[in-house]
Design a protein around this ligand. Sequence first.
Ligand code: UTP
Length: 448
Amino acid sequence: MNSRYDLLYHELLMRDQEHILRFYHELSDGSRKMLLDQIESMDWARLQRLTKEALGKEASVPGELSPMEAYPWDTYSPEEKRYFEELGWSKLRMGKVAAIVAAGGQGSRLGHPGPKGTFSIGLPSGKSLFQLQAERLLNLAARAGCPIPWCIMTSPDNHEETVRFFENHRYFGYSPKDLFFFIQGELPALDEQGKVLLAEKDRLNLSPSGNGEAFLALERSGILQELKKRGVEWLFYYNIDNAIIKIADPRFVGVAAHYSHPIATKAAYKVSPEEKVGILCKREGRPAVLEYTEVPFFLTQQRDADGKYLYGLGNLSIHLFQMDFVERHLSHPLSYHAAHKKLQTVDEAGHVMMPESPNGYKLEQFIFDYFPLADEMTVLVMDRMEEFAPVKNKTGEDSPETARRQVLDVHKRWRQAAGVDTGNWSDDKLEISPLDSYAGEGLEPPAE
Ligand code: UTP
């Protein structure tokens, strides 16, 4: 027996994970080496700690909850709106804002074979999510007269393909010196008992460890330091799968800079108390996002004097973090959540199988777990139709179909507001390039 095997077997035995070597003796030399390399690269003591923490959590006790103060954009006067917008533009002109996109997820519900950013929601132009986002940023940067650093978080699984996609498309016109790719980490997926799952006889089932890793991974890659050197003050964080995201929105930047809390977030009122999105509120007096299931039913029904649900602020995953705050809290350990998922594994005979229903857990950190570390947060309430078109599922709600419909509806509203006559063209064929308009501006027909 080789001693490397013995050592690792012993380590796994101590952690009650030795089952992952059960097919070892059937494997070729190459596969044996691959599996042992993978096992050796893991921090098994850490994994044991995280597993205990994530799977051992008591059924959620929300603690003392109170509503979060929020500022609806609509309630500002035209002068205030102009002031915020100008303040935001001044930050962009001075290069104080960088964008970070979490694009390391597996997108398993969508089922697209490549990285989600390479997916096209079927707009007439056929543009991918990455291209739509690149063009929005290019539009802003051109008007600001200053480049906007764009940081793309990938996973070990999709990194190469993501970078190749950008190379093959000449970075969509983005200057490579303002484009930063960085890789997040992975953790093994677990079965219902906390045992590590094999994806194949010779390979662990690894998955990216959540979007909450973004800042640490940014720091590990040296990019955070580079942004700091460039004088960046605000990090605009968003998820890759929002087809209508207004990246680095000057209005939002202006509002965040004005109130100057360590974090700002864009929110939208939930359509109904039952809608399945995380809720922004205060927990034990600190900003927090709660699962919709964590808020007691009677609280979900309470309304304010204007009829708005007190606990109806939906989290859209659109945030601005102050650089200082991020640096101060980098070493704060965010907790791990166990997400119940369908995970590829092998059966006792060693056959690869994909279950019909969730069979285990992925361990993930969430970016919003930074919120309670801020004493106060700025919450800007926007019109969700203009801000949030998530692409999560293959069909049905939050699918390419709903996102495409929403983007085209927004473009139609912009055209109508600008008085554009589109003749007999069908709305389904009329798309506005983000290079031409960021948020509906500049579409007015020239005066006769
Ligand atoms: P989701 O929770 O929707 O997960 O991620 P997902 O991986 O994209 O999709 P499913 O659940 O497998 O269908 C929300 C955002 O966080 C990013 C995703 O890319 C998406 O932008 N994310 C998620 C990461 O960047 N890393 C992760 O480890 C997990």
